[in-house]
Write a protein that binds this ligand. Structure first.
Ligand code: 13P
Ligand code: SF4
Length: 305
């Protein structure tokens, strides 16, 4: 059996030989991030991938991230490293359910979180990330907003923008939604001096208790820039682990042991190796019409800034 370092060297050699770039989401394991060309949140990965010279990219993340990458770089070959890595929240609703909701609210604009399938993006007006959701919704002229799929992120937007009326479905991230207010109060009691940083996919009552609410990149930047020395991290546990590695002089606690996303943990170094050799991975075959419909939704977010 080869060790991690040997496999990493094989991957590095193969990706340079084949001129393939590797994208790793911030929730991926350290050993995967070490061999990646880009590490970041879901939208950053797609934006950076579009600027890369490589014609083929491998996504170490979940399917909607590979799709977003394909939407922004339709000319590239995009391979999802583990074919079964999906995001349960992204796949919660079908496009026809959203079409029905739209027909019930003809004056509303339809906003989807980036954690959605390409089919959902294709029927929505504008896409948002967890960091852009409030600013994009604020700039929309419509008062009525159909906001899908995450009702926790929606509640965070609604609280920030009382002038808007949000219509939501009961969707969300099963991992972040599992954390309870009691878990949060217990953590705060255990680590009284620590700052609490949470993802807006957590319940609104938990966001209310936090010192900082933001995307995975937002949480990382907040903790790195802060003069504080102790933090409780309310998102997938990998972020606390990466932060501990990056900032050895600070202390990071996880908000709850429930914050483990099995879909983000499914990808391994051997999967990436197999995707590089062609023995594994899932190459996205997306109809151009679907790509251009979904692009409009992302482009509107970019235009709104
Ligand atoms: P980011 O867009 O902040 O990377 O979040 C992705 C995700 O899956 C959060 O659970
Ligand atoms: Fe999806 Fe939640 Fe996992 Fe993020 S943590 S990929 S939103 S299931």
């Amino acid at each position: 059996m080869q060790n991690v370092w040997e496999l990493q060297q094989k991957i590095l050699n193969l990706k340079s030989e084949k001129d393939i770039a590797i994208l790793a989401h911030s929730y991926q394991a350290e050993e995967i991030q070490e061999i990646a060309d880009v590490v970041g949140d879901s939208f950053k990965l797609s934006q950076e991938a579009a600027k890369l010279p490589q014609k083929t990219v491998i996504m170490a993340g979940v399917k909607f991230m590979a799709e977003t990458c394909k939407i922004l770089s339709p000319e590239k070959t995009v391979i999802l490293a583990h074919p079964q890595a999906g995001c349960p929240m992204a796949e919660q609703f079908e496009a026809d359910e959203i079409e029905y909701l739209k027909s019930q609210h003809p004056n509303a604009v339809t906003v989807c979180y980036i954690n959605t399938t390409i089919e959902i993006k294709a029927v929505c007006d504008v896409c948002v990330t967890s960091s852009s959701a409030v600013s994009v919704c604020k700039k929309l002229p419509e008062k009525e907003i159909i906001f899908i799929p995450d009702c926790n992120l929606g509640a965070f937007v609604a609280k920030s923008l009382p002038e808007k009326h949000l219509i939501m479905l009961q969707g969300g991230c099963p991992i972040h939604a599992c954390v309870s207010v009691q878990d949060t109060l217990t953590s705060k009691e255990m680590f009284p001096g620590a700052k609490l940083a949470v993802h807006p996919e957590c319940q609104p009552e938990i966001c209310d208790l936090a010192d900082y609410v933001g995307s995975t990149s937002g949480i990382i930047n907040y903790c790195k820039a802060s003069n504080d020395k102790e933090f409780i991290i309310g998102t997938e546990i990998s972020i606390a682990e990466h932060l501990q590695y990056a900032c050895p002089d600070k202390k990071f606690h996880i908000l709850s042991k429930k914050l483990i996303c099995p879909n983000m943990k499914i990808t391994t170094l051997p999967d990436i190796y197999n995707a590089l050799t062609g023995a594994g991975g899932l190459t996205l075959e997306t109809p151009p019409e679907l790509l251009s419909k979904a692009y409009k939704c992302i482009d509107k977010m970019l235009k709104l800034g």
